[in-house]
Design a protein around this ligand. Structure first.
Ligand code: 6CS
Length: 364
């Protein structure tokens, strides 16, 4: 497994917050409230501390981990130390798919989940794999993610039926392609071995370009690119740089063909078993984190593009597609929406996409 660690900002907090604190709290968190310890508050009355676990698909210095660390810090502060959250980097608790199962089974209370790893389970979540669906403007996209009824009510309900409760959707930035050869036209994808996440629809999207998609965990990606097991991949710039993929790829195409959307999720039994005031604290903090994570990804994506461009020891040719070139990809991507409607989802999924398309159109 290859991970390069870098502290991104001063707010980066080490994984485990193991404060043993007591404060006045709710009386009955029950077994669904995570690990609950009894203690004595200032007034000598029995009080409870909550110990929760939050797993992410990224490592320290990357968006998801920094989000979770800041979320944990805020919750700890707001609860006067009553709530402690241990944040886990990717790799500590298994693969991305293992992490989803841990959330569903209540082994961890919180997880950041990329819909790309749940495509086999919640087919409708693959809507995020549809390229050129969301606006190019990241702020507008984030606004849609924040307010969309299609996503926050309909899609969230579909996840909840699988014991995954999405509390928020956020973008980690526009995705770009890297390759051992330049990716400028659909013809460049002919027989190109493209690494994707597990989602069948992501794979279908690359087949539409003529590529040969191959699903892999990102823990194997650096080595696979280096050895030519796969020829290229897609990710936001911060991730390409931080995971050092650019070191083993000669080309990067600024394609902005999609956004990398992640979900803040919670185990629903745990969440529903919490006292109302604690649930309100979680909801309020999730909301507060939305502009923070947007700012975080924007700063990282901008700064790390410069870093790739200035890395003379590992030169990567960066090419930005023209609008005309993007149009050739958009044309091939559009029929994948029909495939989503006709082959991947049922009526509920079709209605969800229709509503989402209306919401997107209303923002443009
Ligand atoms: O490409 C991936 O699989 C990884 N990319 C990002 C931006 N976050 C985590 C994910 O597993």
């Amino acid at each position: 497994m290859f991970f390069k660690k870098r502290g991104w900002k001063s707010f980066a907090v080490a994984g485990a917050l193991t404060l043993a604190l007591a404060a006045c709290g709710s009386e009955d968190a029950g077994t669904d409230g995570g690990t609950v310890d009894e203690g004595a508050g200032d007034d000598g009355a029995a009080a409870e501390t909550y110990n929760w676990q939050f797993v992410t698909e990224e490592v320290q210095g990357q968006v998801q981990y920094e989000y979770a660390a800041e979320f944990a810090e805020l919750i700890n502060e707001k609860s006067d130390g009553q709530i402690n959250i241990d944040v886990f980097e990717f790799g500590q608790l298994g693969s991305e798919v293992d992490q989803v199962e841990q959330l569903q089974n209540g082994i961890v209370e919180f997880a950041i989940v990329s819909p790309g790893f749940t495509g086999g389970m919640v087919a409708e979540g693959q809507v995020f794999a549809l390229q050129f669906l969301f606006p190019d403007d990241q702020e507008v996209t984030q606004e849609i993610l924040n307010t969309s009824e299609a996503l926050n009510t309909h899609l969230a309900g579909m996840y909840e039926a699988h014991n995954i409760k999405p509390l928020a959707f956020f973008t980690e930035g526009a995705m770009q392609w890297t390759g051992s050869s330049q990716l400028r036209t659909p013809a460049d994808f002919e027989n190109f071995k493209m690494r994707t996440q597990e989602s069948p629809l992501i794979m279908e999207s690359y087949r539409a370009y003529g590529a040969d998609p191959s699903p892999l965990s990102w823990s194997e990606l650096y080595t696979s690119l280096d050895r030519g097991v796969v020829d290229g991949q897609e990710n936001p710039i911060f991730f390409i740089e931080d995971a050092s993929f650019h070191e083993v790829q000669d080309h990067m195409t600024i394609s902005n063909h999609n956004n990398y959307v992640a979900m803040t999720t919670v185990n629903p039994d745990f969440y529903n078993g919490l006292p109302e005031d604690i649930r309100a604290l979680i909801d309020e903090t999730v909301e507060e984190m939305q502009p923070r994570v947007f700012e975080m990804q924007a700063e990282m994506n901008e700064a790390l593009l410069e870093s790739i461009e200035n890395d003379t020891a590992n030169p990567t040719e960066v090419y930005e597609l023209t609008e005309e070139e993007r149009e050739a990809f958009r044309e091939l991507a559009l029929p994948v929406r029909d495939f989503f409607r006709d082959e991947v989802v049922g009526d509920e999924g079709r209605e969800m996409l229709e509503l989402l398309e209306e919401e997107i159109a209303a923002q443009q």
